[in-house]
Design a protein around this ligand. Structure first.
Ligand SMILES: Cc1ncc(COP(=O)(O)O)c(C=O)c1O
Length: 474
């Protein structure tokens, strides 16, 4: 591995370059014993290999939620004992998340619905005339929310170093914005949005170097940690990012909450994301008949409405569970699984693994590939129906990146997924296998064997196309 890649790997997570203690067992997750029928007869335990979309709940998270559920009460404005207990748990969850992310003391943790929601919230609080810089390789959640800003889409880099150089060049060349005179930086406000780990290739991005480049040019940076946080420790202070966004359902806490954590100033200066109760401190009728509102300046400003207490509590529980399990051992175990999958796929010449930064790039347990002569939907359907393995096929809500990697043209149809090709035709989409802290060796071993058998022997069953997807014919 080159010195730079080594540096890039350590820049997102120090645990990645250390050997780290081996973690013998996967963490217990819900559904680990669930069996599913095979079209060819019989049943197998379900191999959930779609963690990048949604990871199963950690048993520990489920147990914590179940233990709390009888004590559940309305938060913040309730006078009863359970309301006060729930309020304490809710507010304590903020502290737990801040610790998990190693936030600065003055950072705010805002609870949202998801990463998408968090990034849309940040987009809604951008200062006037803010310029946004985003690589075309981003997930749509990071690529698309900036409709009210002047966005510069940066071309896909082919090395982490090229990513940093591309960003530096774009920031250096940016024109002063109309409000530059009233802004601290001579060119006005700017924001860079970057993913920590790709949801397509699993590759780690040089976040620390990109943050340094952004700051050197007077810009701020938000880290999309949707795929990074479940696999690696994320330190806001060490990476020196201004905000971090992630989703509970990818962090083994699938109860509908997400997080935006980081600098308070832009959040406090903007209008509330949603107007309503909870965000407002004082509301009074004016003599002219209108209404005066005093909004909170804490995280509550952007949390109007009754919050998802269970969702928030479950995220805090997951943060604690991962921290207690230890990222050193989680990373070591995941590397062992990644090696098994990559080595297994490398033995199949028909398989092409998609990569932006090359074989040596540090990565998390997210691997996308195509199989020569196979429609990806057909392949994924056969993995499910004949082997009980749940993967994903499509463009993974990162259309520009997957098309760059496949070298294919945009399709006429197919939002977030479904290919149009009939079974047996070559696909314009890819297959993604992804795993994490709850994945036993047997799941990835079964997956590798299944790929090898399908390529060697073909599918054992007939499939047909239904609404753009391949499904077993019977
Ligand atoms: C890198 C990345 N960012 C953002 C998102 C959006 O997450 P959510 O759907 O939880 O909002 C995803 C989801 O797959 C993702 O992989």
């Amino acid at each position: 591995m080159s010195a730079f890649l080594n540096a890039a790997a350590t820049s997102v997570a120090t645990a990645d370059s250390a050997e780290g203690p081996a973690c013998a067992e996967p963490l217990p997750v819900l559904g680990r014993d669930v069996t599913v029928p095979l079209v060819t007869g019989g049943e197998v335990t379900y191999a959930a290999l779609d963690y990048a979309a949604s990871a199963p709940a950690l048993q520990r998270v489920w147990d914590d939620v179940a233990a709390y559920a009888p004590y559940y009460g309305s938060v913040h404005r309730g006078a009863g004992y359970l309301s006060q207990l729930s309020t304490d748990l809710f507010e304590q969850s903020r502290v737990t998340v801040a610790e998990f992310l190693d936030c600065r003391p003055c950072d705010q943790v805002v609870f949202t619905r998801s990463t998408t929601d968090s990034l849309n919230l940040l987009a809604a609080v951008l200062p006037a005339d803010c310029q946004v810089f985003v690589f075309e390789t981003e997930h749509h959640a990071s690529l698309l929310p900036w409709t009210n800003a002047q966005v510069t889409y940066l071309n896909a880099p082919r090395t982490p170093g090229e990513a940093v150089a591309t960003l530096e060049r774009a920031l250096a060349e940016r024109e002063p914005s109309p409000s530059s005179s009233s802004w601290g930086d001579p060119k006005g406000p700017a924001l860079v949005c970057v993913t920590g780990a790709s949801n397509v290739t699993g590759e780690l991005w040089p976040v620390k170097e990109l943050a340094a480049a952004a700051h050197a040019h007077g810009a701020r940076i938000v880290l999309d940690a949707a795929q990074l946080a479940p696999h690696h420790p994320v330190s806001v202070q060490d990476l020196d990012v201004d905000w971090v966004a992630f989703s509970g359902h990818k962090l083994y806490a699938p109860f509908g909450s997400g997080v935006l954590a980081g600098r308070a100033d832009w959040l406090q200066q903007a209008e509330p994301y949603l107007a309503g109760g909870g965000a407002s401190r004082k509301v009074a009728r004016r003599e002219d008949g209108g209404v005066d509102v005093e909004w909170h300046t804490t995280a509550a400003r952007h949390e109007a409405g009754s919050p998802n207490v269970i969702g928030v509590y479950s995220i805090a529980s997951a943060c604690k569970a991962l921290t207690e399990a230890g990222f050193d051992s989680l990373v070591a175990r995941e590397r062992h699984l990644i090696a098994k999958v990559r080595e297994g796929l490398a033995e199949v010449p028909a398989v092409r693994v998609l990569s932006l930064f090359g074989d040596d790039a540090p990565r998390v347990g997210v691997i996308s590939f195509v199989v020569d002569g196979w429609n990806s939907s057909h392949f994924a359907a056969a993995l499910s129906a004949e082997y009980g393995i749940g993967v994903r096929d499509g463009l993974f809500c990162a259309h520009p990146l997957v098309r760059t990697l496949l070298g294919s043209e945009p399709q006429a149809q197919g939002e977030c997924g479904a290919p149009e090709a009939a079974p047996g035709e070559r696909s314009l989409n890819a297959i993604r296998v992804s795993f994490g802290a709850g994945t036993p060796d047997e799941h990835v071993e079964r997956f590798v064997r299944a790929v090898q058998e399908l390529v060697a022997d073909g599918a054992k069953w007939q499939y047909r196309t239904e609404e753009g997807r391949c499904v077993p014919a019977v």
